[in-house]
Design a protein around this ligand. Structure first.
Ligand code: S5P
Length: 276
């Protein structure tokens, strides 16, 4: 199936293209909730973390976490996160960006304070160590039905993840399709050998173009319609700086959800027309 052929399918139709349970569940959740929005909850206090997730929960398919940012982390927080995931019907993605040898990443994924594999349905890794990082992580995650995203590109100015690096990351994914379900990247790979991969894209904002620290923002329309990505990842664009404004946060989540979903509908419509 060509890259355009994949993009013309609905998210629900694409669930059949995967054997990995986390990929299937994400696609079906997106369709059920009519949302391709993931909110990235990058705050330091558990109270704010849970309040933001409860506010945005109705509008997202996926909550992205950085649990190592939380100053007051303890494992009961994970139980609260899982309760919110049930209440609002979203999946959980710990953005751990593993980047070490296979043995070390397997320990970081399964153990330590955070025991990520025990609760995070999706996680991600840099491809810089080579295929052994996938082997290490899949030894822990595959038996649990987890899915892995490889960082093929980054949203930051001057990123080194370009060209040959990105191409070889795509190849690593093709070689491990039982566990690698897609990429963190800025565009859908072309020249695929018929496989379907999920592309989750950070660096999304409707109001500003950057953050003064290298982050670069594009709109949901650019990401979903023009670049053929699947999920928009939005952090500060949704919750700003005052985390107590939960109504305003929910409104922003709704705004991004609507922008992402209408770009997806427009994409399906234009491609179905052009493929017929
Ligand atoms: O290339 C990347 C990859 C990631 S996962 N660029 C990113 O910004 N991210 C993450 O997405 C980053 O770690 C942060 O959690 C989120 C973007 O947050 P925002 O506040 O800039 O939307």
């Amino acid at each position: 199936m060509s890259s355009k052929g994949v993009q013309a399918l609905s998210y629900a139709q694409r669930a059949d293209n995967y054997t990995n349970p986390a990929a299937k569940e994400l696609l079906l959740t997106m369709e059920r909730k009519k949302s391709n929005l993931s909110v990235s909850v990058d705050v330091t206090k558990s109270r704010d973390f849970l309040a933001i997730i409860d506010a945005v929960g109705p509008y997202v398919c996926l909550i992205k976490t950085h649990v190592d940012i939380l100053e007051d982390f303890d494992f009961t927080l994970i139980e609260s996160l899982q309760a919110l995931s049930k209440k609002h019907d979203f999946m959980i993605f710990e953005d751990r960006k593993f980047a070490d040898i296979g043995n070390t990443v397997a320990l970081q994924y399964s153990s330590g304070v955070h025991r990520i594999a025990s609760w995070s349905q999706i996680t991600n890794a840099h491809s810089v160590p080579g295929p052994s990082i996938v082997a290490g992580l899949s030894s822990v995650g595959l038996p649990l039905g987890r899915g892995l995203l490889l960082l093929a590109e980054m949203s930051t100015a001057g990123s080194l993840a370009v060209g040959q690096y990105t191409e070889e990351t795509y190849q690593m994914a093709r070689d491990h399709q039982d566990f690698v379900i897609g990429f963190i990247g800025q565009r859908r790979p072309t020249g695929e050998g018929g496989e379907d991969f999920l592309v989750l894209t950070p660096g999304v904002g409707l109001d500003v173009k950057g953050d003064g620290m290298g982050q670069q923002y594009r709109t949901p329309r650019e990401v979903i319609l023009e670049s053929g990505c699947d999920v928009i990842i939005v952090g500060r664009g949704v919750y700003g700086k005052d985390y107590s404004l939960t109504e305003a946060i929910a409104q922003q989540a709704e705004r991004y959800r609507d922008a992402g979903w209408s770009a997806y509908l427009e994409r399906c419509k234009s491609l179905i027309g052009s493929l017929n």
